[in-house]
Design a protein around this ligand. Structure first.
Ligand SMILES: *Cc1c(COP(=O)(O)O)cnc(C)c1O
Length: 248
């Protein structure tokens, strides 16, 4: 089914896009030796609620957003609340301390993928403990790693991952620290070999105690197949499902 999306002039078949991405995920997952399921997070940032409904109707449950205000609007949207009772939101943007309570209070928040400091971990932990723990159980979180070392990217230094992971497991008892996430450099040229950001994240995972069951979130529209081949368990895919975004 085709549907014209609010301000966009092009027409995107979201259901077909989603099916295509899921098919490609299934093929690479079957061909790899690692026996782990791959979770698709459909990144719906800048896209309207109708786009989310389309994907939800097609069976998609995990959605990612990276602006707090936008996620707040969508998660509290009456139509989403009514029709998408089983939706699972992933927060994938930079989280400032003053916005922590907003994210913690969101209906159907499932995972915060971007814990990038001990201080943020402590803030999210105490907020979750205060507002949600009793009703919702622990909040799943990932540690975001700055694998490319770019100054404009958030994330902890790869060398600090293991220490922060241990700290969070011991001290942040309202959280379930389930793994690691990286964004990495955009536009990597794969003719040069495996993506060094992905390789770095895998190295970080090895440095963590009890690393067999870690979730590893890396891979986006342009490279999710490459990511899955080498061990990604969560891929965050936006434009391949919802169409191109106009820049903010
Ligand atoms: C936008 C975004 C994505 C998805 O990017 P696409 O290239 O559209 O698939 C994934 N992860 C993060 C953190 C993002 O901000």
């Amino acid at each position: 089914m085709y549907r014209r999306l609010s301000t966009m002039t092009d027409v995107v078949d979201i259901k077909a896009g989603l099916r295509n991405v899921l098919e490609r995920i299934a093929i690479v997952s079957n061909n790899r030796t690692i026996q782990k399921n791959v979770q698709l997070v459909a990144v719906s940032k800048t896209k309207p609620v109708e786009a989310i409904l389309e994907a939800y109707e097609e069976g998609q449950r995990h959605f990612g957003e990276n602006y707090v205000q936008e996620l707040q609007d969508k998660a509290n949207d009456p139509v989403i609340l009514e029709k998408c009772k089983d939706i699972k939101w992933h927060f994938i943007g930079h989280l400032q301390s003053n916005k922590v309570n907003k994210v913690v209070k969101l209906p159907n928040i499932h995972m915060v993928e971007t814990i990038d400091s001990q201080k943020l971990a402590e803030n999210v932990n105490s907020s979750w403990e205060k507002y949600r723990l009793n009703d919702s159980g622990k909040l799943k979180v990932l540690i975001q790693v700055n694998t490319s070392g770019e100054e404009n990217k958030s994330g902890v230094n790869p060398k600090e991952v293991s220490q922060l992971y241990d700290y969070m497991n011991q001290k942040c008892t309202a959280l379930e620290t389930v793994g690691l996430m990286t964004i990495g450099e955009y536009g990597y040229d794969y003719s040069k070999g495996p993506n060094p950001d992905f390789v770095s994240l895998l190295e970080c995972a090895k440095s963590v105690k009890g690393n067999e069951s870690l979730e590893l979130s890396f891979g986006m529209s342009d490279d999710f197949e490459k990511a899955i081949e080498i061990g990604s368990t969560i891929v965050r895919v936006g434009s391949s499902i919802f169409g191109y975004r106009t820049k903010k």
